[in-house]
Design a protein around this ligand. Structure first.
Ligand code: SER
Length: 882
């Protein structure tokens, strides 16, 4: 009987449990503490630090079922989905892992037993093929001699210049744990033998089902490989794929889970052709979107949110292709969740919540999509030589907001090429233009538009009812607007939004009524007018509309708290530094505060501590923060702090924190100092002559910063295995010891160079008064080679020196030729000859050259060959000269 997807998952885990593996849950699809990945892309992600040797494994053998996304970065299947039958943007990966326990042999034996034993998956052995890394003889022998595969079933993939460029070298991203791998393929054809030995590309005929990675290196971002302290195994098998094979279906989209989903979507939308690729894409994408939204991501223009947005938009576009003209994705959510619960893994968010998010995105995008597609098709009809001009791409993208990836996809289907060069030029020009026009608007006096000053109500109110008096699109005054996501400026009669001033950033929030919703991204002043910068996210905005204006109050509260903390800081500075400190600038936002001031000396750590202490004591006294409008004269009499070069009106706003601080200020503030919670200075620098800058945190940010520092300290403590009170002493001791060891090492190195030089010279040989030195080393420090070659040069008159050095299966080469010989042979000629032999590259000049490549199989042979070649050149040149 054919197994269901649930049974297959269970069987996999049972098998590995029997082989003493601990079954543990997969991790979240949002990677924790790993900024190198947007989404979890493999079962091994959660074990990254264990592979790297940074964390001890809790169990030596583990098996998991991992929810994975491959929608971007190193592993991106997005563009394959719908075009092959075996790719999904979301899939479950079955994996067994060994941490410093079994290695190649057992990993291969286990995989083979599970796949082929009649007790388990019972796949016919002759239907399986394997690929191996071309340098991996050990794996070849295991497949051949232990498993007993025929030579035709084992395919070493084509050699690449660098070991890690091979198809059979797995890496999770541009850095991190990695290693050679062996992949098991299923032959979906009737052919008994696979013909082409160098390529086994996965396609619908040959299906990669299991990847077994022998993790042994740490790939550095510069491309170099460092040996890991321990060898480990990481394997991964796509559950949907193995299910398709075990259920004898020739596509992932035909397995139980997808068949039901595809049938439902087709039925709901009156689609007859169940084989249609667009239907498959929608089924794949809706499932992925549900997982992504359930993990807390919402559509946006960057990172994870952008991936989600792309998936939704791509699904909508394929809906249109199928003739679905209205929003429909949100309607499939409840049924898809039901299927996910029945067939898969995952904690789903409430279906209503997911539906709402999808519906909103569909609402916003469907109009743009329909219009864009019509325009694109009209333009495609007119194009010549199958190239879509950059101007059209630009106008579709910039004016209509049509996403580039959809333009690309539609053109790819029609085999049309995009003129990116022109498109990029136009984008660049537009950027410059928009910078200019922004400036222009700011310079323009609001009186030109006869705008009345905005009444600011934001000291007391966070949400008010008011009227839109003006709408600006770039610098043009307009009466209404429907275009979504364009930068617009709204002017209101009254506003609760604080506009950027006195260092305090502008408020954000929303302006809306039942017809539209506008996101305020920034608020700035132009004369006495408040400008609300932002984007329309739904509906239509009309001038004179009655609206609700509502600030992001949570954010505002944090800003206000930081502003009050800045006043406390200023007064404390006066006390600790014993003078009236003059403010030079400040920045106050929801995350931190920055205060620049005139002070000719640097501030000591002791002074910083005193300042922190005073500010925190004032916080704990929970002082009242009051504001009153008084005359400038009165304020001066109260000794209030004010800016020396600012013009104040006759009536001013005096902000007082009890009797501790009096400052003229237009900003928004906490009501009592207790709201500030904690105050912590995080930096203290001189930013120019006489100007100091202090940066500080309050509340949660301050706590987080203290905790972060504490955990660093704890790590140091743990690593040094030392008590808290003795740590400084220990560090000093280690530093001293380190300088001493460095000194000894330098001496040793000098000695080593001297000795190696002697040894090399002994082994060099003289041909017609020329010293030919070819010497092979195994040195980790590249500097050693440079010193060595210089030393050799100093000891010789007429020479050709070739030093080869082997590290990590790579070889680097230094060549030096003395001046009088370069008419016969040059260093560059030699490096070119050598690097050709080792599949690498090099360069330099006539006297000195260097290069690198892959370590040759037979070093002696390679050295002999190089020697022979040089001798033949020298001899032929000498003969010619005669
Ligand atoms: N990490 C490997 C892969 O994703 C094996 O699990 O293919």
């Amino acid at each position: 009987m054919k197994k269901s997807i649930n049974e297959i998952r269970k069987t996999f885990l049972e098998f590995f449990e029997k082989k003493n593996h601990k079954i543990i849950p997969g991790s979240s699809i949002i990677p924790k503490n790993d900024s190198s990945l947007l989404f979890t892309n493999a079962g091994m992600n959660q074990f990254k630090d264990v592979f790297l040797g940074k964390k001890e494994p809790i169990f030596p053998r583990v098996a998991t079922v991992q929810n994975c996304l491959r929608t971007g970065g190193k592993h991106n299947d997005l563009n394959n989905v719908g075009y092959t039958s075996y790719h999904n943007t979301f899939f479950e990966m079955l994996g067994n892992f060994s941490f410093r326990d079994y290695f190649k042999e057992d990993a291969i034996i286990y995989a083979w037993e599970l796949l082929t034993s009649s007790k388990w998956f019972n796949l016919p052995e002759e239907k399986l093929l394997v690929t191996i890394h071309s340098s991996d003889k050990e794996t070849y022998n295991i497949w051949k001699n232990i498993i007993g595969l025929s030579e035709n079933q084992i395919i070493p993939l084509k050699k690449e210049k660098e070991i890690f460029l091979s198809e059979n070298f797995w890496k999770m991203g541009n850095s991190g744990p990695c290693g050679p791998c062996t992949e098991i393929f299923f032959n979906n054809t009737q052919n008994k033998e696979h013909q082409n030995k160098d390529i086994l590309v996965e396609n619908n005929n040959y299906l990669e089902i299991w990847n077994i990675v022998f993790i042994q290196y740490n790939l550095q971002s510069d491309g170099s490989l460092i040996d890991l302290p321990y060898k480990s195994v990481d394997t991964g098998m796509g559950l949907e794929r193995i299910t398709s094979i075990l259920q004898r279906k020739k596509s992932n989209y035909k397995i139980d889970l997808f068949q039901k989903l595809i049938f439902y979507i087709a039925n709901q939308n009156n689609i007859k052709d169940l084989e249609n690729k667009s239907l498959h894409i929608i089924a794949d994408h809706i499932r992925t979107c549900i997982y992504i939204i359930s993990s807390g991501v919402i559509p946006s223009n960057e990172g994870k949110g952008y991936i989600l947005r792309r998936l939704i938009r791509r699904a909508l576009r394929h809906g249109l292709k199928l003739g679905i003209k209205e929003k429909f994705l949100y309607k499939i959510v409840p049924y898809t969740i039901k299927l996910i619960k029945k067939f898969s893994n995952g904690n789903m968010k409430k279906k209503e919540e997911i539906g709402k998010i999808l519906k909103l995105e569909e609402d916003q995008f469907l109009k743009i999509l329909k219009k864009g597609i019509i325009l694109l098709h009209e333009n495609i009809k007119k194009i010549k030589k199958n190239i879509l001009p950059g101007k059209i791409i630009f106008s579709l993208h910039d004016t209509f907001g049509f996403p580039i990836d959809l333009i690309e996809e539609i053109c790819k289907e029609k085999k049309i090429i995009l003129d990116y060069q022109k498109f990029n030029q136009l984008m660049e020009a537009q950027k410059i233009q928009s910078k200019k026009s922004k400036k222009f608007f700011f310079e323009k006096n609001y009186q030109t538009f006869k705008i009345k000053p905005t009444i600011f109500l934001g000291y007391q109110e966070k949400k008010i009812k008011t009227t839109i008096t003006n709408i600006f699109l770039k610098e043009n005054s307009i009466k209404k607007i429907q275009t979504l996501n364009k930068k617009i400026i709204l002017i209101l009669k009254e506003t609760p939004f604080y506009s950027e001033s006195g260092g305090q950033i502008g408020d954000t929030g929303k302006i809306y009524n039942k017809n539209f919703s506008f996101l305020v991204e920034d608020t700035k002043k132009n004369g006495l007018v408040t400008m609300h910068f932002g984007r329309l996210i739904s509906g239509e905005i009309k001038i004179n509309a009655n609206v609700t204006a509502e600030i992001d109050f949570k954010k505002r509260k944090l800003i206000a708290i930081n502003h009050s903390a800045t006043h406390l800081l200023h007064s404390s500075l006066n006390i600790v530094l014993n003078q009236k400190i003059l403010q030079k600038g400040s920045l106050v936002n929801e995350k931190y505060l920055r205060f620049d001031f005139l002070y000719p000396n640097s501030i000591s750590q002791e002074e910083i501590k005193k300042i922190e202490k005073i500010v925190n004591y004032k916080i704990w006294e929970n002082l009242n923060i009051n504001c009153e409008i008084i005359s400038f004269k009165e304020a001066k009499e109260k000794n209030a702090i004010f800016l020396k070069n600012k013009q104040y009106t006759e009536k001013v706003r005096l902000l007082s924190i009890d009797n501790f601080s009096h400052e003229l200020c237009g900003g928004t503030h906490a009501r009592r100092t207790g709201e500030i919670g904690i105050f912590k200075i995080i930096s203290n620098n001189s930013i120019s002559a006489n100007v100091c800058r202090i940066e500080a945190l309050t509340r949660k940010e301050a706590l987080l910063s203290i905790q972060k520092k504490e955990s660093i300290f704890n790590k140091i403590k743990k690593n040094l295995k030392e008590e808290e009170t003795k740590i400084v002493k220990k560090i000093n001791f280690l530093l001293e010891k380190n300088s001493y060891l460095k000194l000894i090492y330098k001496k040793y190195e000098k000695y080593k160079i001297k000795e190696t030089t002697k040894k090399i010279l002994k082994e060099s040989f003289l041909i017609k008064k020329t010293n030919l030195v070819i010497y092979h080393l195994n040195e980790k420090k590249s500097n050693f080679l440079n010193c060595l070659i210089n030393n050799l040069k100093n000891n010789l008159n007429s020479f050709i020196i070739i030093l080869t050095n082997e590290t990590n299966k790579k070889i680097s080469v230094l060549v030096s030729v003395s001046k009088e010989l370069i008419t016969k042979i040059t260093a560059v000629e030699i490096i070119n000859f050598i690097t050709k032999e080792i599949n690498g590259k090099g360069g330099g000049n006539k006297e000195n050259a260097q290069g690198g490549g892959i370590k040759p199989k037979n070093n002696n042979f390679f050295i002999k060959k190089s020697k022979k070649w040089i001798l033949s050149i020298l001899e032929s040149k000498i003969k010619k000269h005669k």
